[in-house]
Design a binder for this molecule. Structure first.
Ligand code: DNO
Length: 396
């Protein structure tokens, strides 16, 4: 009756190998063909090759995270029709290989965004952080985006001016690279100039338009997914508020509800990422897990701690602002319902999302957020919580 525990693996270059992962007690692997350029079809042969490696380690490919969505699709310009056709083809090819869950996101230009990758917590571990003042300083003084100041409170702009005055050359470069170079899983990275050009492609695309583009895309891929038995899981915006003047369309429960209603097919579902949705105070995560339950196809469990101005850092998995106990209880209730009622696709895969850099992680080269020990600590905590909740449900 438990949720299926999975682990993200970035492929052959991941410092955490499949044999390492096998020791962690997870069933499934979450991965993608990261070597294939964004917009190209994933051929059956390439999918099978990747799958063979996973199976040789005694694991199985549970979820694709992600098939990236080409910028032309998000802006509905250029070759978007061809890219949608290729996306559909990739879905069919994945289904041919028996893979039935696909995660994606619709964040314009940048995938997830952080300003600091080594924020020290009092106990000595390093965490990822989104510092709004640092981000505002980047926007105003490094990117020099016209009208940037209008996106922030006056007090944040003042704090950013002071922050920038004290920023050394090397730190400024580090901040730029943290934001633009592409964090793990983001398939694109930019220089400042490339990035300015990319931003300009959204000059005429506001919130309403991007929403239309998302809905049009899902209308085009959901029927194909449904016909081959694939469940789509859209990842929310991270962070869940507009950044750099770009529109955001999947940050809140209302956004998720609108998308699900717009394309009302069971294939059109969500990746319930508690870390991303949880940054927005208005998102009631436990209520969301209950209300959105039947359309949750994939789960990322992690917690963040926010402050009053909009900055946040990644907390321990069971600490921070997320009521992980309440979320786990709601997800397990859905898991039980599915096992009783649904005939197919009863799986609810989750992965411990991100982790601190701690112990040996601190002296190793690690993918930011994707450490072995930090994530393993998260997994252990989540599995303990899960077992406890299951036991208590059996008693009631
Ligand atoms: C970050 C990840 C995201 C996620 C994509 C899904 O750690 O959760 O990069 O994979 O947004 O498409």
């Amino acid at each position: 009756m438990a949720l299926e525990a999975t682990w993200r693996w970035f492929g052959g270059n991941d410092p955490v190998s499949l044999t390492d992962i096998r020791q962690l007690g997870v069933e499934g692997i979450v991965t993608a063909l990261h070597h294939i350029p964004n917009g190209a079809v994933w051929e059956v042969g390439a999918i099978k090759e990747h799958q063979k490696q996973i199976e040789a380690a005694g694991l199985y490919w549970s979820v694709v995270e992600s098939i990236p969505v080409h910028e032309d699709i998000k802006t509905r310009s250029g070759n978007y029709k061809q890219y949608i056709q290729r996306y559909q083809e990739t879905l069919i090819n994945l289904a041919t290989c028996g893979i039935d869950t696909v995660c994606y996101n619709f964040m314009p230009v940048l995938d997830w965004t952080r300003t600091h990758l080594d924020y020290r917590l009092p106990n000595g571990v390093k965490a990822l952080k989104f510092d709004l003042v640092a981000f505002c300083a980047f926007d105003l003084f490094l990117l020099q985006r016209p009208k940037a100041a209008a996106s922030y409170a006056t007090t944040t702009v003042e704090a950013a001016e002071n922050y920038y005055k004290q920023l050394g050359e090397e730190q400024a470069q580090q901040l730029t690279s943290n934001i633009l170079a592409g964090l793990p899983g983001a398939e694109e990275g930019y220089t400042l100039n490339d990035f300015r050009e990319k931003l300009a492609t959204y000059d005429q695309i506001d919130d309403k338009k991007l929403r239309q583009h998302l809905y049009a895309f899902v209308e085009e891929i959901a029927p194909v997914a449904a016909s081959v038995g694939i469940k789509l899981a859209i990842h929310p915006d991270d962070p869940p508020f507009p950044i750099l003047g770009l529109p955001r369309v999947l940050s809140t429960e209302a956004d998720a509800q609108m998308l699900l209603a717009q394309v009302n097919s069971p294939a059109n579902g969500l990746c319930f990422c508690t870390g991303s949705y949880g940054v927005y105070e208005g998102n009631d995560l436990v209520g969301m897990a209950q209300r959105l339950a039947s359309r949750i196809h994939f789960i990322h469990l992690r917690s963040t701690k926010r402050d009053e101005i909009g900055s946040f850092y990644e907390a321990d998995h069971l600490e921070g602002d997320v009521d992980m106990y309440g979320v786990m209880k709601a997800l397990l209730a859905e898991q039980i319902r599915r096992k009783q009622v649904e005939v197919s696709h009863t799986r609810m895969p989750f992965r411990p999302d991100h982790g601190h850099q701690m112990l040996d992680d601190l002296s190793k080269k690690t993918n930011p957020g994707y450490t072995a020990i930090g994530r393993m600590k998260g997994l252990a905590a989540l599995q303990g919580l899960q077992k406890g909740v299951i036991k208590s449900l059996e008693l009631t």
